[in-house]
Design a protein. Structure first.
Length: 283
């Protein structure tokens, strides 16, 4: 009896396996022949698709939101970095411009040194120039230790800009030729007239704060563009230092002498490098 039941169980399992395999085989054949899936399968596929979309929608929303926030932070960081680069670029341009101007003035000072063979040059830098005395005074970083003495002429660029009026150990004060101080010592200058003669006068500040060649007896003989040099008279400055060129000639308010407007040769607007002129043999 027991053997019968055992054989019956095996027979049942065998029948079930045969049925399952048959159903799978039939299902595969039907699927291959059908153009569309069964209704139940179709409903199941659609249901799974809808559920998947519903589940993925908030996930995608959150993921996109996180990505957008991250992009914003990255954009902000990049923007801050670019702003710093722009600031650095502006500072670099300003520094380059300053260095180029200083380099040009140093080249002019070197050229001046080669030209003025009878003098030695003490190069210095401008360290102070007050707004209220802008056209009168400036301070340089060379003093008595470097050999600077009172009344030495000072040049910047291609021409005279002033003279030393005060000397300390390491600094000196320069009085500019554009000073409006009436009591200051004036530069004695000269120029070659059209008739070949020398025209003498002094440098002062005329109307509208224009640099002028005054106390000239016959300035009408000075052509526009004529160079004006220090004459060496008075002993306050050596002879032959370029001051400027003639712009135009007018008469003074009293009609007694000519006033010759001068275009300065020196850099009076923004000198950063200056040259103090010292004679090789002091007179």
């Amino acid at each position: 009896m027991k053997k019968f039941f055992k054989n019956k169980k095996l027979l049942t399992i065998f029948v079930i396996v045969i049925l399952v395999l048959s159903m799978l085989s039939i299902s595969v054949r039907l699927r291959n022949k059908r153009q569309s899936p069964f209704l139940v399968q179709k409903i199941g596929n659609d249901t799974v698709s809808i559920v998947t979309r519903v589940v993925n929608w908030p996930i995608n929303l959150v993921s996109n939101g996180v990505a957008n926030v991250e992009d914003l932070f990255n954009a902000q960081a990049e923007n801050d970095h670019l702003k710093k680069q722009i600031d650095n670029l502006a500072q670099t341009k300003a520094r380059n411009s300053s260095l180029e101007a200083e380099n040009t003035q140093l080249k002019q000072a070197l050229k001046l040194k080669k030209t003025l063979t009878d003098y030695t040059i003490i190069n210095g830098s401008v360290i102070s120039r007050a707004a209220d005395t802008w056209s009168d005074l400036l301070i340089i970083d060379q003093g008595s230790r470097a050999g600077v003495k009172k009344n030495m002429p000072v040049m910047s660029g291609k021409g005279v800009i002033g003279r030393i009026v005060e000397v300390n150990s390491t600094t000196s004060k320069v009085e500019l030729i554009t000073t409006t101080d009436k009591s200051t010592n004036k530069f004695a200058v000269e120029a070659d007239a059209a008739n070949g003669k020398k025209v003498h006068g002094v440098i002062s500040v005329g109307e509208n704060n224009q640099l002028a060649f005054t106390q000239v007896v016959d300035g009408q003989k000075l052509k526009k563009g004529t160079r004006v040099y220090t004459s060496g008279m008075g002993g306050l400055s050596p002879k032959g230092l370029l001051v400027g060129t003639v712009k135009k000639t007018t008469r003074d308010t009293f009609g007694l002498s000519d006033v010759v407007e001068i275009q300065p040769a020196g850099n009076l607007n923004d000198p950063s490098v200056v040259s103090v002129i010292k004679r090789k043999v002091e007179e």
